[in-house]
Design a protein around this ligand. Sequence first.
Ligand code: SF4
Length: 353
Amino acid sequence: MNNYKIDDILKKALSGNTLKKDEIVDILSLDNENDLNKLYNAAREIRNRNFMNKIFLYGFVYFSNYCRNNCNFCYSRKSNNIERYRKNTDEIIDISLRLKDSGVNLIDLTMGEDPFYHNSDFKDVFNASFEAKKQTNLPMMISPGVVDHDLIDRFSSSGIEWYALYQETHNRNLFELLRKDQDYDIRMNAKLHAKSSGMLIEEGILVGVGETLEDIADSILEMKKMEADQVRVMTYVSHEGIPLKGDVELNKELEFKTIAVMRLLCQNSLIPASLDIEGIDGLKPRLDAGANVITSIILPSEGLQGVAQSCKDIDDGNRSVETVNKILNEMNLKAATSSEYSSYISSRKALYV
Ligand code: SF4
């Protein structure tokens, strides 16, 4: 792409105008260092305008890795022969309290689609999330997979702020390959219902799973259209025993570009830099691309897994707030306070009242 064209596209985004699909594809195709620097500078400028130098920190509690599904990209898929665990309510509350003490702004309670909960009306999940919220007094994100609209309404009315559910792609053919035997529309409608019932929603995609640049552009436009409050992209990480193969080294630059383009289009949305892909070493480039949330902060020695990377940097404590803060300091960024995060949530919710 010539310099004139990239400058024009970035100028358009910096002025607050949305980009068209062919412009997004042009940006995702960039490959020379000079152009990429212009892109990341623009993304950071938009982030700083909306959030100053404040970065939100999310504690991650993957409390059950049992799952009834066989997604072709997932380590926890039903057919994979892995060590399974399910934390009880007291353990979930205890871990959440310790995460709060460490300085996170939100607790993200995530599970596979565990048949134990699905067959028991989610009573334990509901109690654990409600009690963890009450005792930590922190905002909560719940990621229970696809659940009934009635249950979403119960989470919403009990004050749980976020519902996270990732389509991973908005290409229906690719969805069928990735999320084997699952229904695209039921999944999409669950999060749209969560939004209409007053919850904030997180939508997300994977790169390195056979998608085209056009697919990524379609996904970004779709996430913008659905007004997802948090939009995430992750590079697919291969695991032993998983059908889908992927190469982080080959695909991570595409993830960084996608973070930047999401920032150009979804300017006031939250965009995670996940520690779940390259561990702490991957934090800086993702923040440099315009991310403003650090996800998958996990306490060591709790026997908890990540999702994309089951154990990377967990037991050596490198996914802790302390380690993250050192990197934020080096980048002249700052962890947000709880009240700054609560203000963001209130202002975001006020948009839809
Ligand atoms: S991605 Fe989620 S639903 Fe799919 S197999 Fe993994 S844990 Fe289960």
